[in-house]
Design a protein around this ligand. Structure first.
Ligand code: AMP
Ligand code: MG
Length: 474
């Protein structure tokens, strides 16, 4: 049995990129979940991870040889207001591993105890948000969307106080292509540290965008990756909930599953996060917010791109590429959801008409699209006539498609991690019953496959089951 072999490129960067910080040991660690397929993908020894030394690492109780734990420095716009220093306040990056295919990944413990960036926080996480992040991030893998992942969840045997309740503590081992955020650039930009910005650009290029030729090209690659990502979220009805610039990873992966949610009934203004009182991060706002965040990123890069009007123009030219890239990807994805192999702008009115009717009629997002295959979509509308009057135009359009059923089957998942099922899994876990968590996780591994045992997980919530609010739970 072998422990992970670390190669810690970020810890080799200058000292001001992070604070060296070991995890704080916990009282009585217990393994709740170990992601064996992910361990295999990373080339890690699952038997070692599942054993006592693995548990010691995954809980922060012991550092394997080669780990160089750090808390990363970053800043960020939180709900539009700039905070010059945030940083990893409850997470510790153990180090990086290189998978058999050469891909490099961060191993980070979330909930590993206080760091110099903790401010007034305790540096800990509780079981609820840890299980939520595990479920939702791994569901993203099944849905084929870029995401950070969950290698393990460990109960700490300690209590953390949240909202006046003593909750069971937990640690999530997060795996990411990197944890470099828009906010990481902002941290150095706010300090006028051009050397650090250059170093970060080089790191980003070598880790994620090796084909990028220079800073402007890097920006273009990041813009393209975010356009693809956000269109992917929209196509599955995902609402991130806290698209602050510190929660946007420049790798193009989805990161920080706090008060996120998948919609049940479709509405473009849907918001779940308890702290998003203005609806800044509502479903339909996500593309605009992504662009706003990218503009913050671009402004950090400006001094590296050049001086004066020419640099500003070149940069905004690249940012201008976001909307068309996003719209193209949105059209491709929503076209496929309707069975079109190559939707064009001429198809937009048809797609938009369906969405408008879904919004008015409270139709379940996931079930309506999947129902296009089975003929049961109309049942999702309060007034099925709203669907029936739309359908003939759609049927005429896809009559010329070679295999619309197959296109739709690939684009429309049957299962998503529905809020009420996540809440039920967490409630059961609080009573030491982890079976609903494991069952939900397994059901989401292949969300496109029919599975007669999962009907309850595919159903929309009953009114009394509906979850209207989600919480950061930090
Ligand atoms: P988030 O809203 O989860 O993206 O976190 C925003 C900032 O708050 C980050 O700098 C976190 O590290 C920090 N933070 C969140 N929860 C805690 C906690 N329990 N203890 C210390 N810092 C925290
Ligand atoms: Mg965050």
């Amino acid at each position: 049995m072998t422990q992970p072999q670390f190669d810690n490129s970020y810890a080799r960067l200058p000292d001001r990129f992070f604070a060296r910080q070991a995890p704080t040991p916990v009282a009585a660690p217990r393994l709740i979940a170990l992601n064996r397929p992910l361990a295999a993908r990373l080339g890690l020894d699952t038997d070692w991870l599942a054993g006592p030394e693995g548990l010691a690492m995954l809980s922060g109780n012991a550092l394997p040889a080669g780990a160089e734990p750090i808390a990363q420095a970053y800043a960020g716009h939180q709900f539009g207001g700039f905070v010059p220093q945030l940083g990893d306040g409850r997470a510790v990056l153990l180090g990086e591993v290189v998978a058999p295919d050469g891909a490099r990944f961060d191993l980070q413990l979330k909930g590993a105890g206080p760091t110099p960036f903790s401010r007034r926080g305790d540096g800990r996480a509780w079981l609820g948000p840890v299980l939520r992040e595990y479920l939702v991030s791994e569901a993203f893998v099944g849905l084929g969307l870029p995401t950070t992942r969950a290698l393990a969840a460990v109960a700490t045997g300690e209590r953390v106080i949240r909202d006046g309740f003593a909750r069971p503590g937990a640690v999530l081992t997060r795996v990411a292509a990197s944890h470099i955020r828009v906010g990481t650039f902002q941290y150095f930009s706010a300090r006028g540290d051009l050397d650090a910005l250059r170093t970060l650009c080089n790191t980003l290029i070598s880790r994620h965008y090796p084909k990028a030729d220079g800073v402007l090209d890097l920006l273009a690659a990041v813009v393209a990756a975010q356009a693809r990502l956000i269109a992917g979220w929209m196509a599955v009805g995902f609402i991130h909930g806290v698209m602050n610039t510190d929660n946007m990873a420049l790798s193009g992966e989805t990161i920080d599953f706090g008060p996120c949610a998948f919609m049940d009934a479709y509405h473009p203004r849907k918001v779940f996060s308890s702290i998003d009182t203005q609806g800044r991060y509502a479903y339909g706002n996500q593309p605009q917010i992504a662009l706003w965040n990218l503009a913050q990123f671009a402004s950090c890069l400006l001094p590296l791109i050049g001086e004066g009007e020419a640099a500003v123009e070149a940069t905004s030219g690249v940012l201008d590429g976001f909307i068309p890239a996003y719209q193209g990807e949105w059209l491709r994805r929503f076209g496929a959801k309707l069975g079109m192999s190559a939707a064009t702008e001429a198809d937009l009115p048809l797609i938009e008409a369906l969405l408008e009717r879904m919004a008015t009629e409270g139709a379940d997002f996931t079930r309506t699209f999947r129902g296009l295959i089975t003929g049961r979509a109309r049942d999702e509308f309060t007034d099925p006539a709203a669907f029936d009057t739309w359908a003939p135009g759609w049927q005429a359009r896809i009559a010329t498609e070679p295999d619309p059923q197959a296109t739709m089957a690939r684009a429309n998942p049957i299962r998503i991690p529905r809020n009420h099922r996540i809440e039920q899994a967490i409630t059961a876990a609080l009573a030491e019953d982890f079976a609903p968590f494991h069952r939900l996780q397994a059901a989401l591994a292949d969300p496109f496959a029919e599975n007669p045992d999962c009907a309850d997980l595919e159903a929309a919530p009953w009114p009394e089951e509906r979850v209207a609010r989600t919480f950061c739970g930090t």
